[in-house]
Ligand binder design. Structure first.
Ligand SMILES: [Zn+2]
Length: 446
């Protein structure tokens, strides 16, 4: 079985793998209106069907494109499982809210708990892969070794799913550590790489209340997007009910993402919808100025455009309180993969600059005001920076951190400011109390 899968992956497209092994069955369409026994559930508002080949790399933490979500739409993703003790609780919480998510499962974890992978499918979630062993430094692997990790992860999860299939052609690199070789190989297989739009730092040694705070603050800042979580973490189990409750209270909607198949065509979209915040009249433009169509009497060269007052070269290195690459650890008697390492600041090759943004700087979460706020400067906003396709050396700048003159909200954990902070403070305090109480009962294990 495994060898057949590997042959299929190495020699053909994902479609061939789907056809040969019946692994790409259609995920059930969820409905927000249908959550028996849970009338106040958050629900799943719609199912988004995507074509991985048309959009091979998504997630604004690293790429120019992300899922074509509407304002206040969220896609939940959970990495590193299944780990029964915690993953089962995550599944129960999601079921109680009739929420569908995408799980990036690790091959070795699937081998340890094949029934845990099948549970994901049977609950209607999307099952994707995350390498075989969740290696450290995946971006530094030789192409051959990276392919082996990818192939074996797919084979292990496919084997766990069995004849019922259901593996989606979605992949997330461990620690978001991508490389051109990894990206090219996955594209050759028709597999979509998922980065994320914002994490909640639930792999770090922080309280569940902090996970909740970060998830909501970063969601409020972006207005929509792909949330990166980990179903193996007890703090995520503790925080998730409050996160979902608060999402409903603030009017957010959950979107379930499935791959297009011959029986289920992709949801029609426009190219601009694949950008987190397409240009609008209410936000200062971030494009290079168009050269006017004038005729110059002596125009040997035209002046190069410049971006006045921007922090365009603000490519400060990531500085984190704790390292992310760690050796494997044990919990509940099971060998866990290394904790998800945070992506390091790295410089993409120039040839790749047209479709790759630098990995996020620490200040990615220094959030500016929403588009409705008054525009106080003509400098490019950090949001639009996510869409800018820079040239040459400018590609090396941290595009996500431009716009130093644009007003920002506080960094999570920093001094409080902003409307959302004031509006949500009482609710957050309530949840903090609840979560702290949960921790006191031993909910938190890390
Ligand atoms: Zn991971």
């Amino acid at each position: 079985m495994v060898s057949k899968v590997l042959v299929g992956v190495r020699t053909g497209q994902w479609a061939a793998l789907c056809l040969g092994l019946l692994t790409c069955s259609i995920a059930p369409i969820a409905s927000a209106a249908d959550c028996p026994g849970h009338p106040d559930a958050l629900g799943t508002s719609r199912t988004l069907v995507v074509d991985p080949k048309a959009h091979p790399r998504i997630g604004t933490m690293q790429y120019a494109e992300t899922l074509p979500l509407r304002d206040h739409e969220v896609v939940l993703t959970f990495d590193d499982g299944p780990l029964p003790h915690n993953s089962n609780q995550i599944l129960e919480i999601l079921a109680s809210q009739c929420v569908k998510a995408t799980f990036f499962t690790v091959g070795s974890m699937a081998q340890n708990s094949p029934e845990g992978v099948r549970k994901l499918r049977e609950a209607g979630h999307t099952v994707a892969t995350h390498t075989q062993t969740h290696p450290i430094g995946f971006d530094k692997f030789s192409p051959e070794r990276a392919r082996q990790e990818i192939d074996e992860g797919i084979a292990s999860v496919t084997a766990a799913l069995g004849e019922g299939g259901g593996l989606a052609p979605f992949f997330r690199p461990p620690g978001l550590r991508r490389s051109p070789a990894i990206e090219d190989y996955l594209a050759s297989l028709g597999i979509q790489i998922w980065s994320a739009d914002f994490p909640a730092d639930d792999w770090r040694h922080i309280p569940a209340s902090r996970v909740y705070d970060l998830a909501m603050k970063r969601l409020e800042a972006k207005g929509k997007g792909i949330l990166l979580l980990h179903d193996i973490q007890a703090r995520t189990v503790a925080a998730l009910p409050s996160i979902l409750h608060e999402m409903k209270a603030r009017g957010y909607h959950i979107v379930h993402v499935v791959p297009a198949t011959s029986q289920q065509p992709n949801t029609p979209t426009e190219p601009l919808q694949w950008q987190l915040h397409p240009p609008s009249e209410t936000v200062a433009i971030s494009h290079w100025p168009t050269i006017p169509n004038f005729v110059y009497a002596e125009a040997g060269t035209l002046p190069a455009p410049s971006l006045p007052g921007s922090g365009f070269n603000d490519g400060r290195p990531v500085s984190l309180a704790e390292p992310f690459d760690r050796t494997s650890r044990r919990a509940h008697g099971v060998l866990l993969p290394p904790q998800a390492p945070w992506p390091r600041q790295s410089l993409p090759p120039l040839g790749n600059a047209a479709n790759v943004l630098p990995v996020p700087a620490q200040n990615i979460f220094e959030i500016q005001e929403k588009p409705g706020a008054p525009v106080q400067t003509v400098a490019p906003s950090s949001r639009h920076a996510e869409q800018v396709v820079p040239r040459a050396a400018d590609a090396r700048a941290s595009l996500i951190s431009v716009g130093a003159s644009v007003p920002r909200r506080a960094i999570p954990g920093g001094p409080s400011s902003g409307r959302a902070r004031r509006a949500g403070v009482s609710q957050i305090a309530t949840h903090r109390t609840q979560l702290a109480a949960g921790a006191g009962r031993g909910v938190l294990r890390h």
